[in-house]
Design a binder for this molecule. Sequence first.
Ligand code: NAD
Ligand code: LMR
Length: 330
Amino acid sequence: MTQSPVNVTVTGAAGQIGYALLFRIASGALLGPDTPVKLRLLEIPQAVKAAEGTAMELDDCAFPLLQGIDIFDDAKAAFDGVNVALLVGARPRTKGMERADLLEANGGIFKPQGEAINAGAASDVKVLVVGNPANTNALIAQAHAPDVPAERFTAMTRLDHNRAIAQLAKKTGAATTDITNIAIWGNHSPTMFPDLYNAKVKGQNAFEAVGSDLDWYRDEYQPTVGKRGAAIIEARGASSAASAASAAIDHIRTWVDGTPEGDWTSMAIPSDGSYGVPEGIISSFPVTVKDQQYSIVQGLEIPAFAQEKLDATVAELVGERDAVKELGLI
Ligand code: NAD
Ligand code: LMR
């Protein structure tokens, strides 16, 4: 192991996703078995003690790749020198909270974090926002980091992507590894659109593999994938944690290692206007990754049903963007 350690900052480190994520990062799942890591954990002051407890457990694993753990309650310090920033901590919606209140509360988190990334991040920084509303939180952070290339700010739809694969595998009886070219379009919310028209099951068009059954697609598949987060909350009494952590690992690993030949993945990224998605909003697209650069897959078929769903999820993102603009957050 000759490489110098990569600084990975995790916000919300004492939360449930943090607990599922940190051990996998330290074990090498995030950056591979040859890359040492230094963890920089950011928490609010009240949760620093809990983060210290997790750090004790990380010590106790004696991970060969883990070269240090620092804990902060100050964003500027936590993001100093960061190479990979995992923005997990966010303000959840509580009873009686209006959408504007939620966006404003999260603006109070993601604005200073964007500023801190701008001030101190390493030149190769990659940012993944997990904390909800993830796409718009990423937009807020990005707006406050003018010196960092905009494309380094991404939000997570990889969990939705993985859910789309799992549900399609169940329906067709295929293995998850038989499914390729799945894509999630739009927002990480129930409006997201999982695209079967361009996906494949054992090389066969996925929509055809489900018997071209539009009723099933519209009434079962899309809502099951789109509302899976709510279904997990209903069943577990808490939002998805291990699966969200696993998807965050997948997102960064793919960004670093690239997509397999002939396949693509889903990442929420600043739109360049492709497929009529307004430039600048952070929307999920099918992307390929090579040499740590992602590109939106061009020329895909968007039939009428897909276009209707894409328009709806993009309209939701535009509404969120307009709301945070009105609140002076971007
Ligand atoms: P959690 O409540 O268990 O943990 C959140 C942690 O964030 C807490 O420890 C809290 O103290 C911390 N925090 C709050 N404000 C902070 C700040 N300003 N700086 C640093 N830390 C801060 O929540 P969780 O289950 O770990 O989920 C975290 C977020 O991820 C939520 O917003 C959740 O909705 C979201 N989520 C997203 C996806 C996705 O696919 N994008 C999936 C699952 C969950
Ligand atoms: C998920 O998709 O599991 C989460 O985003 C749900 C949530 O609201 O935390």
